[in-house]
Design a protein around this ligand. Sequence first.
Ligand SMILES: Cc1cc2nc3c(=O)[nH]c(=O)nc-3n(C[C@H](O)[C@H](O)[C@H](O)COP(=O)(O)OP(=O)(O)OC[C@H]3O[C@@H](n4cnc5c(N)ncnc54)[C@H](O)[C@@H]3O)c2cc1C
Ligand code: SF4
Ligand code: SF4
Ligand code: SF4
Length: 395
Amino acid sequence: MNNISENAFCSGCGVCSAVCPKNCISTEENARGELRAKVNPDICVSCGKCKSVCPSFNGVVPDNRNETVYLGVAPDFEKNGSSGGVATYFINALLESKTVDFAVLVQPQNDSDELFSYTICKTKDDLKKCQGSAYYPVTLEKVLRDMNSIDGTFAVIGVPCFINALKNLKALSDVWDKKIKFLIGIVCGHTPNKHLVDCLAYKSGHNRADITSCRFRIKDTGRPAWDYGVRLSFSDGEQFSSFGSDDFGFLFWRRLFIGDCCLNCSDVFAENADITFMDAWLPEYKEKPEGASLIVCRNEELKSLLSPLVEDGSLKETKSEDIHTAQEKLVAYKQNAGKHGKDKKLAEEIQKVFSLNKGKKDIVERLRRVVYKQNLKRKNPLLWLLVETKDRLKR
Ligand SMILES: Cc1cc2nc3c(=O)[nH]c(=O)nc-3n(C[C@H](O)[C@H](O)[C@H](O)COP(=O)(O)OP(=O)(O)OC[C@H]3O[C@@H](n4cnc5c(N)ncnc54)[C@H](O)[C@@H]3O)c2cc1C
Ligand code: SF4
Ligand code: SF4
Ligand code: SF4
């Protein structure tokens, strides 16, 4: 079949839908809480255009560009930024200098089925509403349609696989190449499926339909930067927060809700982006509550937009080893892309238990037990058999 319907590594980016001449691709949530491209086979004419932009079928070899690495914060954007707020400072500078007409960012929404989505921004206030990280599936499908109907130039932010899809789109079409002037990357460990948020809602005695808003990367002045949180608000006025050192960290950092696309992803630094932002997980920053950014700039024209921060001392040029030190664990993980059989198995087990325990308040404890048993099975199979038999007898 000459289309993307059986793409096991689909990340739901939605870029294929922008090139389909028959408009027969939509991005939909599947049973695992992931967004996936779906083709209507009755309309598809097997032209293969979707495959030509899909990053799963076409790895893009990055141009060999000079990199400058920066480290620091953007004072005006730091408080609500995931890291040091420099991504938002930079996008604001792109707009204020009229380097682009619009910026395409991910914004929190008050829709319980779509808690975050891509949106077109024009002002500093628009940008500030988008600060933080959406550890949640999003797609470019709808925003690409909106961009298509607007005259002007755009900068688009995205995780590495989205950047690669957009780079393919630019290579395929002169119109899109002119429209999308800059690609802004963010380093990405993985994007969990929507069941992570569902679990936190159940844990607090709510369901997905009760969620009115979700914010990741809440900073707490009493906690180090790495111990960031998530906050859910519900229609009954209640709020629920969880931090990295507790349930949220257990669900997110153990990659319990990881999908096949992320298990096979090897792009750490969004190599095809003009500039990439990430956390400065360096000893001198990660224990402080404020957080800081590391930036890899691969475009000479864009460097000048960061100069005011360099001049006032908020940002400094640093050595490229810093990005490797900061992302050491992620680099090691992505070097083994496609070989994470244990994580894949665990994610499958978690999915089964999640499906059986939807709505249960003690769901996180149940998932902790799955993880405990998986570890035990590896380390002490006999003891695992005993625990497993006891559990089965209880059921
Ligand atoms: C799914 C995911 C996984 C990540 N994993 C890592 C990691 O392992 N290591 C690391 O160092 N950094 C990671 N990051 C990046 C990090 O969380 C920050 O986004 C980055 O450092 C920029 O912070 P800032 O304070 O400069 O930006 P802010 O001022 O907070 O602005 C953040 C910008 O990112 C955009 N954004 C948020 N979520 C998404 C999304 N899902 N897709 C596209 N754009 C989005 C917002 O629209 C906003 O423009 C991840 C981000 C995401 C979304
Ligand atoms: S093969 Fe062509 S018509 Fe079919 S889904 Fe892909 S782009 Fe659309
Ligand atoms: S282009 Fe994006 S949405 Fe379409 S199949 Fe590929 S990864 Fe999935
Ligand atoms: S880990 Fe890779 S495949 Fe997964 S969302 Fe991030 S960039 Fe995309």
